[in-house]
Design a binder for this molecule. Structure first.
Ligand code: SAH
Length: 395
């Protein structure tokens, strides 16, 4: 199409986009025609000059993040169509229009055909987080689309891209409202009240991806003493208490996270809840509290953000889970997770097996867990699967 710069791929390098994989790696490029700057929209062609796809260009290992495999102009109508599709998908799976839950992921990057973009919906406020400068430059069109699709039910759009984008693109990335304002900051997840702080909190404010797994913890928590390790805003703790846990201990190394947990416990149960908060390192806490808990949740931050950190991460998962398996009461249940994208489910399984072997205890796998349907994985982009969990029964 005229006006849009072109990238020509090397011989045979067209196979990946023909299989709808959404990234073009820099090594696949043979020629760039015209001036190309970070964030520009670019069309990608085969070495026989056949159109393949359109995406955002950015210098780096992933050179193009593809948002269309059909030739088009990425105008306001195009982005509205994309967001509408994401919206309709969530309506179809029952996450939009749900009386008990008004917090969900509206756009999950590649899983929704919008690489570099995350939009989380918090009871009327859409929190947008761009992971590519090209997507960040589409934010006004996206905000307009959100307003048109949600109408009066959209109170605000907040841009939380400061942490996900560096300033090297020549513009200062600042967090702030693109539309409206929302001081209430309270959502409902499976009927539980949660206070979300998208301005000061981690990521977009809350870990929406654990919604189904929290519900499952509820099924195992009745009359149990529960440890919620790496609790952040206390989501798992709230579900465990709601389900009738005798006592819940919540642990996080961040004071700010513990304050969110305290707020959420109070919000749901008042002052008399059988729960205590501990600002502590989870490894130390586990060492100091052996043979005390019936149920444990182990939900650490990503130990590896890049491939070169994978070995260290594996050692970390092994050490952490060995402490949990060693320390849990006989007949106890452990919910253990990894959100490192570069540690896949097979590697994670290996780390847990190694941890179990180290303790010598009898361990059975009750269930494998993953991310919920509002974090969809494109079949052509298996890298989109990042959250893995296992439920273990320890004798
Ligand atoms: N389980 C949470 C999400 C956990 S995110 C939920 O359901 O919402 C990971 C959390 O681990 C963060 O809140 C971070 O502050 C905390 N953290 C990181 N390193 C830690 C450590 N060594 N000990 C305890 N908490 C830690």
């Amino acid at each position: 199409m005229s006006g849009i710069p072109k990238i020509i791929l090397g011989s045979g390098k067209d196979q990946s986009p023909r299989r709808f994989h959404p990234w073009i790696f820099s090594g696949a490029i043979s020629k760039i025609s015209g001036e190309l700057a970070d964030g520009d929209v670019v069309e990608v062609y085969s070495n026989k000059n056949e159109y393949l796809c359109t995406g955002h260009y950015q210098k780096g290992s992933i050179a193009v993040r593809i948002f269309s495999f059909e030739q088009m102009e990425p105008d306001a109508a195009f982005w509205k169509g994309k967001i509408e599709k994401a919206y309709n998908y969530r309506k179809a799976i029952g996450i939009i229009g749900n009386d008990n839950t008004n917090v969900y992921r509206l756009v999950y990057g590649e899983g929704d055909g919008m690489p570099g973009l995350v939009i989380d919906f918090y009871n009327g406020t859409a929190v947008l987080q761009a992971h590519s400068i090209g997507m960040h430059r589409e934010k006004e069109k996206i905000t307009q689309a959100l307003q048109e699709i949600y109408g009066a039910s959209l109170k605000a759009v907040y841009d939380k891209s400061k942490e996900s984008l560096s300033d090297r693109y020549g513009e200062k990335i600042m967090n702030g409202y693109l539309f409206g304002d929302d001081k209430e900051k309270q959502v409902l997840e499976n009927g539980n009240k949660i206070r979300v702080d998208w301005e000061e909190g981690q990521k977009t404010g809350f870990f929406i991806d654990q919604r189904e797994n929290r519900k499952l913890v509820g099924q195992y928590a009745k009359n149990k003493k529960v440890l919620d390790c790496f609790c952040y805003a206390g989501g798992f703790s709230v579900y465990a208490l709601k389900a009738g846990a005798t006592e819940v201990h919540s642990v996080d190394s961040s004071k700010a996270a513990m304050k969110l947990t305290d707020d959420n416990i109070r919000l749901n149960f008042g002052e008399s809840a059988k729960q205590t908060s501990h600002v502590a390192d989870a490894f130390d806490f586990l060492k100091d509290h052996q043979n005390e808990y019936d149920v444990m949740i182990i939900d650490p931050p990503a130990f590896a953000k890049h491939r070169d950190a994978r070995h260290q991460a594996m050692m970390g998962y092994k050490r952490l889970n060995a402490l949990a398996i060693q320390g849990i009461k006989p007949g106890g249940i452990i919910f253990t997770f990894s959100c490192s994208q570069v540690v896949d489910k097979y590697l994670f399984h290996g780390a847990i097996t190694a941890a179990a072997i180290e303790t010598g205890r009898t361990v059975r796998i009750l269930q494998y867990l993953s991310q919920p349907a509002d974090h969809p994985i494109s079949i052509y982009h298996p890298e989109g699967e990042y959250l893995k969990g296992m439920v273990l029964f320890v004798e």
